[in-house]
Design a protein. Sequence first.
Length: 344
Amino acid sequence: MEARDGIGLKISNDTLQLIDQTQLPHTEQWLTIADTQAMIEAIHGLKVRGAPMIGIAAALFLATKASAGAGADSLADDLARLRDARPTAVNLMFAMDRLAAALERNGPAGLIETAESLADRDAMLCEAIADNGATRIAHGEQIMTHCNTGALATAGIGTALGVIRRAHEQDKAIHVWVNETRPLLQGGRLTAWELGRLGIPYTLISDSMAAAVMATHRIDRVIVGADRIAANGDTANKIGTYGLAVAARYHGARFEVAAPYTTLDPECDDGSAIEIEQRSPAEVQGVAGAAGALRWAPIDAPVYNPAFDITPAELIDSWILDIDVFDRTDVAGGALDAGGGAFG
Ligand code: MRU
């Protein structure tokens, strides 16, 4: 298999390594994914995360197994198990379904070729999204974002963060407001880390400050990623996104979703058909860190911990995809059927 050396994923000698995103930014620890159970646990434990990245990582892991000689039957079993590792991001299902079809058609060699092409294409899709989104950003904009949608979350430069990065590369003098993204702090840990490495000016805020910042500072637009976009444009993304969209509408900030076509799910008519992952109470009762778990809530505090929410299409001003940018009237007319995406 082709060697890879990304910010969060490496392949050499038919072995997949992932940076442990739960340890970032203070510890850069690489995990060698030895078997399918380890891959499932890495996805479920958010050691690897972000909608496009979990599909790509699972696909490349299976390709390493195929390259090391695994047979079609065991690959088919592993595919089915990985497909269920997390329920909300449709990109994982998209990738596993493409691999299953390739395995059926051309055996393990077909699976390897498809996995590598999915990863290469994801990087190309990120570039197209970045170009499509950045052209709309004006000089000096203040942009808010949520969760992590950058190079850690994709095989390329990212989705929402890719748009931000491209606008910065175009010398647009933007400033980014980063929501910390409770409970697992993907914004405070990962987005802040990525923006710092790229030299993009940013300010970190806690999620509960977002509406107040919109009221006291000029926020021109909010750009977020997506885990699944229904046919009517309703969008599942990290918990807290819906509240941001409500606040953005009230304060007159544009609200935009950036995603590749692999995040579209034409099978879901609207957001009510999207399964929302429920996670462990421990994530809200306290925090797990490199130094061990710190619990602040009563040991038996009842918790509700959905990992994602649904932002209704009517609160979204545009969907920045690889093929084009769609506004609400396009989407109401059924434009979100993106076919094979920007690269066929
Ligand atoms: O639970 P996570 O960290 O995998 O959630 C990720 C998000 O919600 C991202 O915003 C989304 O997947 C887009 S990543 C390009």
